[in-house]
Every structure is written in C-alpha cells, then in structure tokens.
Design a binder for this molecule. Structure first.
Ligand SMILES: [Fe+2]
Length: 228
C-alpha cells in the first residue's frame, strides 16, 4: 500500500474559538473607528494602496478604505494591549501546531484596516517578518475572501496550465467575525472586494522569531560566566 506525501507544505492555521472573541472583536471594531478620527491623514487601501497614498480628508476613506499602518504601530499602544495579547496567544498556538513551541518571538508591528463597499487589498507579502496574523473584528456576508498564492507557482505554472495541474494555484479562506488566520509572512496574498455596506474591520500583526546561533566560543563564555 503506497501513500501520497504532501511534502513541503506552507502551513496556515485558522482559529475561530478564541475565548470571549465576540467581545474582543467589538472592542477592536470601536477602537478602529476611533483611529479613523484620530488619524485623518492615514494610509489608504484598494487602488491607492500600492502608491502609498495618504488621505487628504476623511472622504478618501470612503473612496479607498483606511489603514493605520503608516500612522501608528498598535504594538506601542496600551489601549490596544487586549488585542496584541490575543494575537500573541494565537501566534503561540501556531508555533505549537508546527512543532516549534520553544521558539521565542517578538511582536513587531500591528495595525487596523477598515474596508467599505468595494474596498480590497492588492497582492503583497509582509517583508522582513516571519509570521503574520489577521483577525476579523467585523466581516459580514458579502465580504471578499483572502486569497493565498502557491509560493511555488513560478516553478510550475509555465508548464502546467490549470486544466491539467494538480498543484493548486491558490487557496482562499472566507473571513468571518472572530476568525484569526496565521500564515508565513512570505506567502503572497490579496483580498477580493468587500461587497457589503457594513464595514469590514481587520487587525493585522507581524512577529519575528528570535534566533541566534551559538558558536563554540559563545558556549565557552557562557560556561565561564556560570563558573565565576
Ligand atoms: Fe497582508
């Protein structure tokens, strides 16, 4: 009896049963609307996103959508500690699932995005981070899926058109309120347009894993330090 080996995977986890997730979602929703007032010159998403265009006035948020990414790092805000703490616990869950529970990590950056009707995020990665997370504080019916591209696509799409290809080109996840998704930061992703009049509100965060390779000399120094 043989077996199919799914080798070289790029694990993504979703989690929808975080404790008190509804209350966290509602609190983050309200705080995110507050950020839109606090930073009227914040960044824009949708077709204004790749150019890094900033809002001239709050009407631009209605046209393109809002991101706090350029205005403030929410990791540094104590009033967002409730959200950052939940994110770190979900990141830790990812590391447990992939068998790296002992890895240290540092929450590098976090931000809020608010989508109105028709808004989306074009394809991108999260450079210089190891793991990334999104949390949907609001995502009603009509909101678009998040689409992850197969990172090996450049190696096979030229020779395997979709009709004969058994390697998936992409994988999509349907957002819903209270859902966390954790993924390796190098995975290219984008979102379909948000087709709803209710806001879609997202918390995003990046972590870096802590790692430094000990040389023999480092180990000697540590040994010496513990002996003195
Ligand atoms: Fe992203």
């Amino acid at each position: 009896m043989g077996q199919v080996i799914q080798m070289f995977s790029h694990p993504v986890i979703t989690l929808d049963d975080y404790p008190h997730v509804d209350a966290i979602a509602d609190q983050f929703y309200q705080k995110s609307l507050g950020l839109m007032t606090e930073y009227p010159d914040a960044g824009l998403i949708s077709d204004a996103w790749h150019s890094g265009k900033r809002a001239g006035n709050t009407d631009d948020f209605i046209k393109h959508g809002f991101t706090s990414y350029y205005s403030e790092n929410l990791v540094k805000r104590t009033d967002f500690a409730f959200m950052n703490k939940a994110a770190m616990e979900v990141f830790a869950q990812y590391l447990r699932v992939v068998g790296k529970a002992d890895s240290g990590m540092r929450l590098e950056s976090a931000w809020a995005s608010v989508y109105g009707r028709g808004h989306f995020i074009p394809q991108h990665t999260h450079p210089l981070s190891h793991l990334s997370l999104v949390f949907y504080a609001a995502a009603t019916e009509g909101t678009g899926r998040i689409i992850f591209e197969n990172p090996a696509i450049a190696h096979f799409q030229h020779f395997y058109p979709p009709e004969i290809c058994w390697m998936p080109y992409r994988f999509s996840v349907q957002p819903q309120k209270g859902l966390f998704i954790v993924f390796p930061s190098y995975l290219m992703h984008s979102t379909e347009p948000h087709e709803s009049d209710n806001y879609r509100v997202i918390y995003s965060a990046n972590v870096q894993l802590e790692f430094s390779k000990l040389t023999d000399a480092d180990k000697q120094r540590m040994k010496f330090a513990t002996q003195t």
